[in-house]
Design a protein around this ligand. Structure first.
Ligand SMILES: C[S@@+](CC[C@H](N)C(=O)[O-])C[C@H]1O[C@@H](n2cnc3c(N)ncnc32)[C@H](O)[C@@H]1O
Length: 272
């Protein structure tokens, strides 16, 4: 539970973002990518995780691990983690509309995975210390208005010796544009931007449909912000690697001579 001087503005921001994500859900549901996930999860053992994340998670030994995914969206990644052999699996997201899709994907394969519809800044106490591994993937940190509080919540989900695995877009992409018609070598915004980016044309990154949407606010967190917020939650660095491959909405920035880093894997641990 976040209770500090910023908590009311954090709540206002996450509430507005929740409306925007719920609005996006039917657009994602109607897209062929969703149909592919539905067909995929009907097959036993299906996983949508790429080679990079699969290898790193399997190296941790999933069999006896209780795993929570923070901001799981339609659940496809935590369902994949369950299919890769994890023990208890829980996906948390504040969008009821996306979690309805998660339930549908789970039902397609009869996959035993729990989902919880909650703002990550307002989790029930019984989740504290309940997991061996917390996972965050692609496009989560940018939605967090208070990064320190977010890392405190994520760390609080972990048992003693637990780990937090983050596979995310590289923060340098805050400077770039998702518009594939632009020169990929050009940078557009400051890495040091402090004000949130406000989007009002929707969050349909599956189909790229635009529509009049509730404002969603995302934030430009620098790597220094991420590391210092993790440190403030007493999480220690265990593994960190940057990659040239796209894991989000940046395929046009791959395979350049002057290659920007596009993604990273960061593993943090609390004291054993
Ligand atoms: C871009 S998705 C990323 C999830 C996943 N990696 C994916 O690719 O689908 C971001 C998710 O974060 C969720 N989210 C944003 N802010 C949240 C909050 N404060 N509490 C819980 N979920 C939140 C949104 O509802 C959305 O489903």
């Amino acid at each position: 539970m976040v209770e500090d001087k910023n908590s009311s503005s954090v709540r206002e921001i996450t509430a507005s973002n929740r409306v925007a994500w719920d609005e996006a859900a039917p657009y994602h549901r109607a897209n062929a990518q969703y149909a592919a996930h539905l067909a995929g999860f009907a097959r036993p053992g299906h996983s949508c995780l790429d080679e990079t994340l699969t290898g790193r998670l399997l190296a941790l030994g999933l069999e006896d691990k209780d795993v929570v995914q923070v901001c799981c969206n339609n659940g496809r990644e935590i369902l994949s983690i369950k299919n890769l052999g994890a023990a208890r699996c829980l996906g948390i997201d504040q969008s009821a509309a996306f979690l309805a899709q998660a339930d549908e994907l789970a039902a397609a394969g009869g996959i035993d995975c729990e989902f919880l519809c909650r703002d990550i800044y307002d989790l029930p106490d019984d989740l504290r210390g309940a997991f061996d591994l917390a996972v965050i993937t692609i496009g989560v940190l940018c939605w967090m208005p208070d990064l320190e509080a977010f890392f405190a919540v994520a760390a609080g989900l972990l048992r003693r010796g637990g780990q937090l695995a983050i596979y995310e877009d590289h923060p340098i992409l805050n400077m770039a544009t998702e518009d594939p018609t632009q020169d990929p070598a050009r940078l557009f915004l400051s890495y040091f931007r402090e004000e949130p980016w406000v989007e009002e044309t929707g969050l349909d990154y599956y189909g790229n449909t635009t529509y009049k949407a509730a404002p969603s606010l995302c934030f430009f967190h620098k790597f220094s912000d991420i590391f210092m917020a993790a440190r403030s939650a007493s999480l220690e660095l265990r593994e960190f690697e940057e990659f040239a491959h796209n894991i989000g909405t940046w395929p046009h920035l791959e395979n350049q001579n002057a290659q920007l880093p596009l993604s990273y894997f960061l593993r943090l641990g609390n004291a054993a």
